[in-house]
Design a protein around this ligand. Sequence first.
Ligand code: 9GP
Length: 795
Amino acid sequence: MFSSKEEFKKSFITRIESKDMRKTTELAYEILREMTCEWIKESWDRTNGLYKENDEKQLYYFSIEFLIGRVLGQNLMNINAYDIVKEGLDELGFQLSEVEELEVEPGLGNGGLGRLAACFMDSLASLQLPGHGYGLRYKGGLFTQHFVNGYQTEQPTEWIQEEHNADARREDLAIDIPYYGDVQLVMGTDGLKMKVENSEWVKAVPYDMPIVGANGGTVNTLRLWQAEVSNFPFPGDKDYLVYEQETAKITDRLYPDDSLESGKILRLKQQYFLCSASLQDILNNRSFSMEKLPENVAIQINDTHPALAVPELMRLLIDDHHLTWEQAWDITTRTISYTNHTILEEAMEKWDSRLIQSLLPRVYTIIEEIDKRFKESLETQTIDEETFRKLSIIENGVIKMAVLAVVGSYKVNGVAKLHTEILKKREMKELNEQFPNKFHNKTNGIAHRRWLVKANQELSGLITETIGPRWIEEPERLNELHYFAQNHSFLQDFQAIKTLKKEQLLYHLQRNENIIVDPASIFDIHIKRVHGYKRQLMNIMHIQMLCDRIKQDSTYRPHPRTFFFGGKAAPSYHFAKQVIKMINTVAVKVNNDPLLRKHLHIVFVENYNVTQAEYLIPAADVSEQISTASKEASGTGNMKLMMNGALTIGTLDGANVEIFEQAGQENAFVFGMRAEEVMQYEKEQSYDPKEIINSDPEIKKMMKQLVDGEWTEGKENVDFIVGQLLEDRDPYFVLKDIHSYSNAHERILAAYANPVKWAEMCVKNIAASGIFSSDRTIQQYSNDVWHLTKIPSVY
Ligand code: 9GP
């Protein structure tokens, strides 16, 4: 479409003149969106045509989250039109960056899991692989976070503005999904069959979003389902209005509060809705015989939320497509593969059998049968009770979704080497022994096109000037930067860009909040969901320690540092919310103290999301990756920050381990307990934070200040924080690791004192970061799990 700037301008002017006399940025956004959509549409149709013609195997990625972020700028970038449009708009009196600001980010995800899914979509299309996403079209994405008196408040985020959306409704492909009903045994022509009567149906309407790959050639599809009332007969015993409301709720919001049973039912409804609609869609549109499903389709389930895909595929194959159990099981277990993203107990989904039995009666009978047959297959082995228990899909009236996902899939992976090892040797040891070839590792990755090429155009320009453009298609070529790690002019350019990105961040923050920060300070950035194991508490307690040192020791006058925090707490996670309150309280105290503010500044960025991350990450000097070892499955923020030349302060956890391996521990600040130590303490339950408090005067003093409420506000806040550290025995080992953390921070200060050496370390990190592109991850999945064929797009 935009082969030259003049052509773009001509087309843009024609459109703008036919629309309105007032040439506002809003109008420019509207027109640009429209033009981009039209261009993408051509490529999209072409890609779909090619996929049909080629009959190649397709991958479908099932995920409850897709945190795609803004799409307009990224799409322009991927179709190589960004610079043309930018210059063209400039000449017409508009600024592309201002136009981009008008796009409301769809918050269809919560954190790393959803962002990973979005990065994978980008890489699949960019590598010209036939891979698509299936998700839900939540009306309200993840909530918008505001701070009121330092506390997080949550407002619904309404991202859907029908006339502005990049997705297209496909009413023609709507599918009906059954809930509830009575399971009956009926005699069919081929014997006894299960049938469900009196179901309550909900219509799933797909909305398609184009996923544009690099160079615009391949455009894959992200299909999001929206729940609507069905035309199917409605069971008589329910009020229609109630049915309507319940239906709308299914795709009303992401992760509804599940503390009550009604919330649990809603989450289950969502999960089944995603699985059933997507599977029916795949089966309806196939051009091959059902036996050939595994050769033609790969389904990846992202965490356990879509694990109902296993029994649902069985149901569809047996009840609707009349296959035998054995045929259906063979097909299912050769089509589905599963990624585990966490070992945290709270996130390993378990459903009360009763709930599934009532909401999904037929699916429940299938889960029971899978469990029964799996247990029968174990009978020939001598298995102790504990092992048997761990291998059970159904145990004491509870369905363990992770076990179901492992048993029902042909491959299971963890998301970083350490995480996969922990899965194989501890969390899923028994399952790994039963299925020795199933488990494998696929270390996560990030879309470097978004996180470096787009978010940091200046740095990416410098890299291209220095090593040529091939690194964009082959990111591992970033390692050619090693030769420039000691080149002074390159280092100076890098430093100048870092300063510029800091200024851009500050400008962005000042637009939205009244934040004044010294750009010459060290930007220390801790951005991720707020959670006990991610230890925002340790970061803020360390700041508390620094304040004390600055006040007590007149020789301790460290280089100014700005500590940025960004992240949301789950609405029902009270401890995390209290940590937010504490950070905000400390921020007010520190930022207003005449002595402290010369050295320390704290900024908690409200409503952290993909767009905010795109500003924060390129501006970072220090990347805080300080989870309790063994708890962070991988992390992906760590990779984004590294790729933008931030130095990691981190534990040997998740993908940090591989980051340190690649960049060299000498180019990072490693601290804290190792995973084995943490797990040993947990096993023996031998960690007692009181011992540390009693033996360490600095920590003792810090605890006293906390108990006295010096750094918190209100009794509730003190009680929660102190309660976690004392009564709950500091489950995330904050006090155990804080000294080692503090030492690592002192090493940071020492390193920063030598700017050239610091810049050299940053460049070494960038040079080593190419392996963390999701292109690498996707290629590995494709080679080892999905077996996709690249389908080059022709213009
Ligand atoms: O907590 C993990 C995070 O470590 C990982 O990077 C991400 C993507 O694999 O998944 C997160 N897990 C979840 O959000 C829930 O399982």
